[in-house]
Design a protein around this ligand. Sequence first.
Ligand code: ZN
Length: 108
Amino acid sequence: MSKEAIATVIYHEAIHGLLEAKGVPIDWPHETMAESYQTRIKIVLTELFPCMPIDDASALGWLGLTRTYQFHAIKIYDVQNATGITRNILQTAYDYQTNQRGTASGCP
Ligand SMILES: [Zn+2]
C-alpha cells in the first residue's frame, strides 16, 4: 500500500472519530463524509504529497465512500454521459492501494 493510501485511511478513520464526537448518527458517517469531507481529504493529501496529481488525491478521497449516495450520483452521471470517471476513480484508488502509483511504503 502506498504512503498516500495509508494517509487516506488514517485521515478517513480520524474523520470517523470527529463525526462520532459531533454526534453524527452511526449509520450515516460515510454519507456525511462523502458530502462534507471528501474534498477535505483531497486537499490534505495534496498538502502532504505536493507532487500528487489533484485527480489522484480526489480519487483517493473516495476510498471507503463508494457505497454512498454521492458516489452513486457520480456513477449515474457517468453512465448517462459515458465519462468513465467512476472507472478512473476506482482504478486510481486501486493503483495506490497496490503500490502501482504513489510513494512506496514497504507495506504490501
Ligand atoms: Zn469509514
